[in-house]
Design a protein around this ligand. Structure first.
Ligand SMILES: CC(C)(COP(=O)(O)OP(=O)(O)OC[C@H]1O[C@@H](n2cnc3c(N)ncnc32)[C@H](O)[C@@H]1OP(=O)(O)O)[C@@H](O)C(=O)NCCC(=O)NCCS
Length: 338
C-alpha cells in the first residue's frame, strides 16, 4: 500500500523502519558505504530550505497478526525547487522487481505534474540497479560526476601539513566550524557566485546570495549536518579568495561529504586549492573523532581539481549521474504501461 507520509508526524517506529530499509539498500547496492544511524533522521527527512517543499510517500506492509504496524518497504520523496522536482526512491532489496519502484515513481510523478512542474530529476549511482530502472522508465542521462573517497588512515599527515602551509604570500587561511562568520557572508557569497556557470545543470542549486547562504546553513544544521569551512582570505582586499566546505552528517559521522571547493579566478595559481583542502583534513582530524573517510564528487572534466584530490589520496569510487525526464511524458508512459 502506497500512501502519502509526513516525516514530521510519523511514528518513531516508522522512522526506524525506513532507516532499516535504507540500510538494507546500502548493504545491497553500496556495501562500502557506512550504515546510517537514527540520530536526527526525522529532521533529515523533514527539514527543507525556505521556498522548497518535500512531499513523501511510503509503501508499508500489512499490519502483523498482533496489530503492530507493517514495515516500511519502500519510500519516495520529491523535493520541489525552481521548476524541477528532484526524486529519491528506495525499495527494500527483498521487495524488488515486483513493480513497487515503478508505482512509487508514478505516485510522485502525478503529484509533480499536478503541481505544475516541468521536469523530474534524479541522482543515480553507477553500477547499481537504479541505472537500468530509470533507463527503463525513459529517463535520460544529463550529467556524470565521479565520486571519490579518501581513507584517512592512509593519509601522510606530515606531508599534508606542508601542503596546508604552501600558499602564496598575501593570503591566510581561516577555519570556521559551523559556517562562515556573518561578517564574511557577503564576500563568501560573491566567491560562490563566480562558479555559478560551472554549477548550472546540477540538481542542487548552490547558495550564492547572502540570505540564501544563511538559509542553507540553517537548514543543514537543522538536518543534523554539521558544516565546516576553510577560507583563504586575500589580505590586501579582505575578500574570500578560496573556500572549501565539508559536512559531517550525524547520520553517518564516520564519512564526511565534501561540498563546494572554489578558488576565485583572480586568485588561481597560488596553491590555494591544495592548501585549503589539506588544512580542512587536519582540522577535521581533531574536530571529528569518529571520522575515517571523506567523499567528494567531481565533474570528470575538472582535471585540476581531480589532480589535487589524487595528491591528497582520494581514490575514484563510482560514477554519480543525473538523469531527468519531462513529467508529462513520464506520467503518460507509466499510465500507458499499467
Ligand atoms: C531502483 C529501484 C528503486 C528499483 O525498484 P524495483 O521495485 O525493483 O523496480 P521495479 O520492480 O518497479 O522495476 C521496474 C523496471 O525497472 C527495470 N529494472 C529494475 N531493476 C532492475 C535490475 N536490477 N536490472 C535490470 N532492470 C531493472 C526493469 O525494466 C523493471 O521492469 P521488469 O521487472 O518488468 O523487467 C531499487 O532497486 C532501489 O531502491 N534502488 C536503490 C536506489 C537508491 O536510490 N539508492 C541510493 C543509495 S544506493
Amino acid at each position: 500500500m502506497v500512501r502519502e507520509w509526513d516525516p514530521r508526524t510519523a511514528s518513531s517506529a516508522e522512522i526506524a523502519s525506513l532507516l532499516d530499509t535504507l540500510n538494507a539498500v546500502l548493504a545491497a547496492d553500496l556495501p562500502q558505504d557506512p550504515p546510517w544511524r537514527e540520530t536526527s533522521m526525522r529532521e533529515y527527512l523533514a527539514e527543507v530550505m525556505p521556498g522548497e517543499r518535500r512531499i513523501s510517500w511510503v509503501a508499508q506492509a500489512e499490519p502483523a497478526a498482533d496489530g503492530s504496524p507493517g514495515a516500511i518497504l519502500g519510500h519516495v520523496h520529491v523535493l520541489l525547487l525552481g521548476d524541477i522536482g528532484v526524486l529519491e526512491v528506495l525499495v527494500h532489496p527483498a521487495e524488488r522487481r515486483t513493480g513497487l519502484g515503478r508505482d512509487l515513481v508514478l505516485t510522485a510523478a502525478r503529484r509533480v505534474y499536478q503541481e505544475g512542474f516541468q521536469s523530474i530529476g534524479v541522482e543515480v549511482v553507477g553500477d547499481t540497479p537504479a541505472v537500468a530502472f530509470y533507463e527503463s522508465l525513459g529517463f535520460s542521462k544529463e550529467y556524470v560526476e565521479t565520486r571519490s573517497v579518501l581513507d584517512l588512515s592512509g593519509v601522510d599527515w606530515a606531508e599534508l601539513s606542508e601542503m596546508a602551509t604552501g600558499i602564496g604570500a598575501g593570503y591566510h587561511l581561516e577555519f570556521h566550524p559551523g559556517g562562515p562568520p556573518d561578517e564574511l557572508i557577503e564576500t563568501y557569497a560573491r566567491a560562490k557566485a563566480e562558479v555559478r556557470d560551472v554549477e548550472d545543470g546540477e540538481l542542487r542549486p548552490s547558495s550564492y546570495d547572502p540570505q540564501r547562504l544563511r538559509d542553507s546553513l540553517d537548514c543543514l544544521h537543522r538536518r543534523g549536518m554539521k558544516p565546516y569551512i576553510v577560507l583563504a582570505l586575500h589580505e590586501q582586499t579582505g575578500e574570500v579568495a578560496g573556500l572549501t566546505e565539508v559536512v559531517v552528517p550525524v547520520q553517518h559521522p564516520t564519512r564526511a561529504d565534501q561540498y563546494d571547493t572554489i578558488v576565485v579566478q583572480d586568485h588561481r595559481g597560488y596553491g590555494i586549492d591544495r592548501a585549503i583542502k589539506a588544512r580542512m583534513l587536519m582540522e577535521l582530524r581533531s574536530a571529528e573523532a569518529e571520522l575515517t573517510e571523506v567523499q567528494t564528487w567531481n565533474a570528470q572534466a575538472n582535471e585540476a581539481m581531480l589532480k589535487v584530490n589524487a595528491e591528497l589520496g582520494y581514490r575514484p569510487d563510482r560514477e554519480w549521474c543525473e538523469y531527468s525526464i519531462d513529467v508529462a511524458e513520464l506520467v503518460h508512459r507509466l499510465d500507458a504501461g499499467r
